[in-house]
Write a protein of this length. Structure first.
Length: 335
C-alpha cells in the first residue's frame, strides 16, 4: 500500500486535532506543553501504525469479496483489543517517563474510549480507500469484460447461422429419419443440445460447472460416434464442485483442442481426463500428447481466449503444463 504521504500528513494532523479537542488550544507555549504534545504524537503513531498493520493483515487473511463481513468483524475486534492493550501500555510508559501515569486506574476505561477515536479514524480512512479501490477494480474488470467481448471459437457459427433456421432444419432432418433409427435420433438430439447451449451461454460471463459438464458430454457423444473406442474419456468430478462456476465453453474448447491436434486411432487412442481438485479449487483437463504431423501448427488462439477470460474473472491464473507425455490445463473454479 502506497500510503507514505497519507501517514506523513495524517499522523501530525490527527495528533493536533486530538490535542486541541481534548486539551484545548494552549494559552502559552513552554516545555511542558511541547512534551505533552509530543507524547500525543507518539500515541497517534502507535495507534495509527498498529491499526494499519492489523488492516494489512486482515486483507491478507480475508482477500476475497465474499469474506468482507468476516474481515470487518475480525478487524474490529482486533483493533479494539489492540487499542485497549495500547491504553494500558501507554499509561505505564508515561509513568516510567514522567513519574506519573497518564490517567488513574478509575479513568482507564475513559482513556480507552478516547483512544478509540483515532483508531476509528484510521480504520475508516483505510477501509474507505480499500473499498473504493476494490470497487474501481471491479468496475474496470466488468468494463473490460464488456469491452473485450471475448468470444469462443464458435463465434463464426453463432454470427453466421440464424438459430431458428438451424433448429428448423434439425427438426426437418429428424422427421426424415426413420423412427427405428434410434442412433440417428440420439445423435441429432445431442447436436441440438450442443448448439442450444452455445446460444444460451454466449451472453453469460460464467455458467455452473454442472451445465458445462453436461454440454461437454453432449459434445463428446458426437465425437465418440465418429471415433468410438479410439476416444477414451474419464470423468472425476467431485459432487460439491458442480455448484461452482466456470467460463462458458472453456472445458469444451480444451476437449476440442485435444481432439483437433492429436492423432486418434486404434493404435493410438486419445485419453482425455476431466477432474476436479477440491484441495486446490481447480478443474483439470488432461490428455496424452500424440500430435498430428504434416499439418499447420496450432495457433493456440483458443487457449489464449480461455487465459484472457480467466484473467478478468479470477485472481487465480490458468495453468498450462506439458510434461511426461501429458498436456494439462487447470482452470480455477469460480464462486
Amino acid at each position: 500500500m502506497n500510503d507514505k504521504w497519507l501517514r506523513l500528513l495524517g499522523i501530525p494532523v490527527v495528533a493536533v486535532i486530538m490535542h486541541v479537542v481534548f486539551d484545548g488550544w494552549p494559552r502559552q507555549y513552554d516545555t511542558a506543553v511541547l512534551t505533552h504534545f509530543l507524547f500525543g504524537v507518539f500515541i497517534t503513531v502507535l495507534l495509527w501504525e498498529g491499526n494499519r498493520a492489523l488492516f494489512l493483515l486482515m486483507r491478507r487473511l480475508f482477500p476475497h469479496y465474499d469474506q468482507t463481513t468476516r474481515r470487518l468483524v475480525v478487524q474490529t475486534l482486533s483493533s479494539t483489543a489492540f487499542t485497549f492493550a495500547a491504553t494500558l501500555f501507554l499509561n505505564e510508559f508515561h509513568r516510567l517517563l514522567f513519574g506519573v501515569p497518564l490517567c488513574e486506574k478509575g479513568e482507564l476505561f475513559s482513556s480507552f474510549l478516547l483512544k478509540m477515536v483515532p483508531t476509528l479514524m484510521v480504520t475508516s480512512v483505510y477501509e474507505s480507500i480499500y473499498f473504493f479501490g476494490e470497487w474501481k477494480k471491479n468496475l474496470q474488470r466488468s468494463e473490460a469484460l464488456a469491452r473485450a467481448g471475448i468470444q469462443s471459437e464458435l463465434e463464426a457459427l453463432r454470427s453466421q447461422l440464424d438459430p431458428h433456421f438451424l433448429f428448423n432444419s434439425l427438426n426437418t432432418l429428424a422427421a426424415l429419419i426413420e423412427d427405428d433409427n434410434e442412433p440417428a435420433h440420439t445423435y441429432l438430439e445431442q447436436l441440438a443440445d450442443v448448439y442450444r447451449y452455445v446460444l444460451v451461454s454466449r451472453d453469460k460471463t460464467t455458467v455452473p460447472l454442472r451445465e458445462e459438464i453436461a454440454f461437454v458430454e453432449a459434445y463428446l457423444y458426437l465425437n465418440k460416434t465418429r471415433f468410438r473406442d479410439d476416444l477414451q474419456v474419464e470423468q472425476r468430478i467431485a459432487p460439491a464442485a458442480y455448484a461452482t462456476n466456470v467460463a462458458p465453453l472453456s472445458l469444451q474448447m480444451l476437449v476440442e483442442n485435444a481432439i483437433k491436434h492429436n492423432v486418434i486411432s486404434p493404435e493410438n487412442p486419445l485419453r482425455v481426463t476431466l477432474a476436479t481438485e477440491p484441495d486446490s479449487g481447480y478443474v483439470r483437463v488432461q490428455n496424452n500428447v500424440q500430435p498430428k504431423t504434416g499439418l499447420e501448427q496450432s495457433t493456440k488462439v483458443g487457449l489464449r481466449n480461455i487465459i484472457n477470460r480467466y484473467r478478468l474473472l479470477s485472481e487465480h491464473p490458468v495453468e498450462v503444463l506439458r510434461e511426461n507425455g501429458l498436456f494439462t490445463v487447470r482452470l480455477p473454479l469460480l464462486s
